[in-house]
Design a protein. Structure first.
Length: 242
């Protein structure tokens, strides 16, 4: 059975994003869709002594763009983000293990496109730090027809998906049209993000909804346990609709 997930690229996303990637045989970046302001595409959260705080890439005010069309007009934010990450996490147990890579991202490379940055980070973190073997694709490599749900279904059919893994927030997007997947012979499953175990964070109380950086810096090679391995003795995290 060919399991496929389709999600817009996010900036240093939280652990649940990588949980979905790990569940899939094929993960497709869906960046040729409308860019939305103040969303996960260009920002995420880090853990600080005052709780979760935002780290945001400036992208301008133009909303008439696809995600893949969002150009980054300057790079002053790169040094700012690196200083913030360094300040918040330099005392974590595994910060030094990943420091060289993130210095390369923030100090040694100039990023001109948001999608390119996001996809580079997600691919590398998945393969090199979390050991995920999932195949990555880009929706721009397909010639898609229709809009919204029709377009998504066209993409799934083109990549020969037998099962589609969706985030729970997409229930509103699919909007009682689950039978469309059944008609196309595709099983629809919603990801369940509940039950993640806590790990040692620098600043209590514990916060789940922060960037994957928090988990990596605090847990190192054990990060995978806190995303998916803990389920081996518990119930599955996917809920089938059909």
């Amino acid at each position: 059975m060919r399991k496929v997930a389709v999600i817009q690229s996010n900036y240093i996303p939280w652990k649940g994003y990588f949980d979905v990637i790990n569940d899939a045989d094929v993960f497709i970046f869906y960046d040729d869709v409308q860019y939305t302001k103040n969303d996960w595409r260009n920002r995420n959260k880090l853990k600080s002594a005052d709780g979760a705080c935002w780290i945001t890439i400036p992208t301008g005010s133009d909303l008439n763009r696809l995600i893949c069309e969002v150009e980054l007009q300057n790079n002053f934010w790169q040094m700012k983000h690196w200083k913030m990450i360094n300040q918040l996490y330099c005392r974590t147990p595994y910060f030094k293990l990943y420091k060289e890579f993130f210095q390369y991202i923030y100090l040694d490379t100039t990023w001109g496109n948001l999608s390119e940055l996001n996809q580079t980070l997600i691919r590398y973190i998945s393969r090199e730090f979390l050991g995920i073997k999932t195949e990555f694709q880009d929706s721009r490599d397909c010639r898609l027809q229709g809009s919204q749900l029709d377009r998504l279904l066209d993409l799934l059919k083109q990549v020969n998906a037998d099962l589609y893994i969706s985030g729970p927030t997409a229930k509103a997007y699919i909007d009682n049209r689950e039978e469309r997947f059944q008609t196309e012979g595709i099983i629809l499953e919603y990801k369940d993000y509940s039950g993640y175990p806590e790990y040692s964070q620098l600043y209590p109380p514990f916060e789940h909804s922060v960037s994957i950086l928090d988990l990596l810096f605090n847990c190192g090679a054990d990060a995978g346990y806190y995303i998916w391995e803990w389920r081996t003795q518990n119930s599955p995290a996917l809920v089938s609709i059909f």
